[in-house]
Design a protein around this ligand. Structure first.
Ligand code: ATP
Length: 344
């Protein structure tokens, strides 16, 4: 059986800007068709990594291949596989949308015979309506300009589309429409994009890679990262049942659970919040246990799971604390230096 070639393969990549280590020995791969979120706090190294992947800048050391093509030695060939939308996409304000996309299609060597048809296709796909196609880019709203940027990135039907913060600065309606656009590309190409809007990433991505201070601190699906970081689910349960029999049932399902709160309302319903590591299976077993006791009455059984934001905070917390500590130490040193200065 032939082995599938990763769309992106990064091995031990490092990048230094003078004394600043922007990327420190990162390795990851993205397989064909995957939609991957590339996350991290400001200054974590996302844009630097993306620019190196796109062959716009060289790494200090390490290897990057796109669809099996090494970027360092065959950048031109590797770039043919990539559509890139940079952060704050600098588009020419004095060109009309149609004119710009036809110009970009020519640059990207989309064959002349199909060029205009392909430009029309991507404008349809990106929901750029007929009136807007003839407008100057400088007169468009930010949401529309982002659509033009995405249309540009997908013009030459690349295997891989890389987008650096495609939803930055957009209002909630525009964010939704860009998300719908990203979702519509699923299955057509491999996608890697960065964003700080974590619910959007959670909804669109198969997997996330979290980078902090130039290092990968987490990688996987939301469900797998919940487990890795030991983040627990919380159930709210409201049931009318004899307390001791009910507690026996709960204990049998998860002896490790923690009852976070317990009360009884005016109708005699017991109300619990229960922390468990079992997630969905706890709810399923609980429903089954209640079904086996027709005399018990269930009013509420709801699950709150840690989301990507909780995971992001857990994954980046340690180095975040370290950053705070460093800046506190720096402040202390500055205070000491200042007090020495005024006392000298
Ligand atoms: P953001 O979310 O703010 O865009 P990022 O995760 O994309 O951040 P990078 O822009 O890749 O992060 O920056 C990573 C580190 O490299 C930061 O410390 C940044 O200050 C530094 N850096 C980035 N570009 C340069 C440059 N051209 N010269 C010097 N240092 C740079």
């Amino acid at each position: 059986m032939s082995q599938m070639i990763p769309t992106i393969e990064v091995q031990n990549l490092c990048k230094q800007y003078g004394a600043t280590k922007a990327i420190e020995n990162i390795s990851f791969s993205v397989m064909p068709g995957e939609v991957v979120g590339f996350l991290g706090p400001n200054g974590a190294g996302k844009s630097t990594t993306m620019r190196i992947l796109c062959g716009l800048m060289a790494g200090t050391s390490g290897r990057v291949s796109i669809c099996g093509v090494p970027v360092a030695t065959r950048a031109h060939e590797a770039k043919r596989h990539i559509g890139y939308m940079p952060e704050n996409n600098p588009l020419p304000r004095d060109m009309r949308v149609l004119e710009y996309l036809r110009y970009r299609a020519r640059l990207k060597e989309v064959p002349g015979k199909i060029r205009n048809k392909r430009v029309d296709e991507v404008m349809d796909l990106c929901d750029i309506n007929r009136k807007t196609r003839h407008k100057l880019i400088g007169s468009l709203s930010k949401g529309y300009r982002q659509r033009v940027g995405i249309a540009d990135a997908i013009l030459a039907e690349p295997e891989l589309v890389i987008m650096d913060e495609p939803t930055i600065g957009l209002d909630p309606h525009q964010i939704r429409s860009i998300r719908a656009l990203i979702d519509s590309l699923r299955g057509k190409m491999t996608l890697l994009f960065s964003s700080h809007i974590l619910p959007e990433v959670e909804a669109s991505c198969d997997r996330v890679i979290i980078i902090n201070q130039g290092r990968i601190v987490a990688e996987g699906t939301t469900a797998s990262l919940r487990e890795i970081f030991g983040l627990h689910s919380t159930y709210t349960l409201s049931v009318k049942a004899p307390r001791s029999a009910f507690m026996l049932a709960v204990d049998a399902i998860d002896p490790q659970k923690i009852i976070q709160s317990e009360s009884m309302d005016a109708d005699g319903f017991l109300r619990f919040t229960i922390r468990t590591g079992l997630a969905e299976s706890f709810g399923e077993a609980m429903s089954e246990a209640i079904r086996q006791h027709p005399e018990w009455c269930l009013r509420e059984l709801s699950l709150k799971q840690p989301n990507l934001e909780d995971i992001f905070v857990a994954a980046t917390a340690r180095s975040w604390e370290q950053t705070l500590e460093n800046s506190e130490n720096l402040n202390k040193e500055n205070d000491e230096a200042f007090s020495q200065l005024i006392h000298s």
